[in-house]
Design a protein. Structure first.
Length: 183
């Protein structure tokens, strides 16, 4: 057999193998997007963001910025989300179990979480620890991701801010005093 004959056999086989592995990943992303679009078309908001949630979003965009990038969480416009109004500040309710999917080729593999087929994100917290099989979650949407504000009646976003604020603000105050010129 010539080299050209071998390539004519191996290239289609390789293409089939690649498509066989990639197609389910694209299909999952597409279905997650479609579920979000369907949900937002028929859902009615239950309320608007309250002041505590706005303060927590501003904290995530301000003092907690470096910690979020260190942890490697989803990057969203947190400071802008603290000031949104109208339809963008609407809070919706999702119900159902947490579905985890993704891949882990290395230690820090990418995993995604869904509730009711919609991608959800909980900043700086272990989402699997906070949820249970029968979740009732309040979320707001930004860039196609539902940000979890409360889980089963507990305000998790505000709890996260209260947990990390005392740990980060003394560091920030110390850094501010280090920048001041000495007399």
């Amino acid at each position: 057999m010539r080299e050209k004959d071998i390539l004519e056999i191996l290239v289609p086989i390789l293409c089939v193998l690649i498509v066989w592995r990639i197609t389910p990943i694209f299909w999952t992303f597409f279905m997650t997007w479609l579920n979000r679009v369907r949900y937002l078309r028929r859902a009615t908001p239950i309320r608007q963001l309250n002041d505590g949630e706005r303060e927590a979003l501003a904290f995530l965009g301000g003092p907690a910025y470096m910690l979020r990038t260190l942890v490697g969480t989803t990057d969203l416009p947190w400071k802008k989300l603290a000031h949104v109004t109208g339809k963008r500040a609407a809070v919706y309710r999702l119900q159902g179990p947490l579905d985890t999917w993704g891949y882990s080729l290395q230690h820090f593999g990418e995993t995604h979480h869904r509730i009711q087929g919609i991608a959800v994100h909980m900043p700086l917290e272990d989402i699997e620890e906070k949820t249970d099989p029968h979740n009732e979650v309040e979320v707001m949407f930004s860039r196609g991701v539902a940000i979890i504000l409360s889980v089963n009646g507990r305000p998790t976003l505000i709890e996260t801010m209260r947990l990390w604020q005392p740990r980060l603000l003394p560091l920030q105050e110390h850094a501010d005093t280090a920048k001041e010129p000495h007399a």
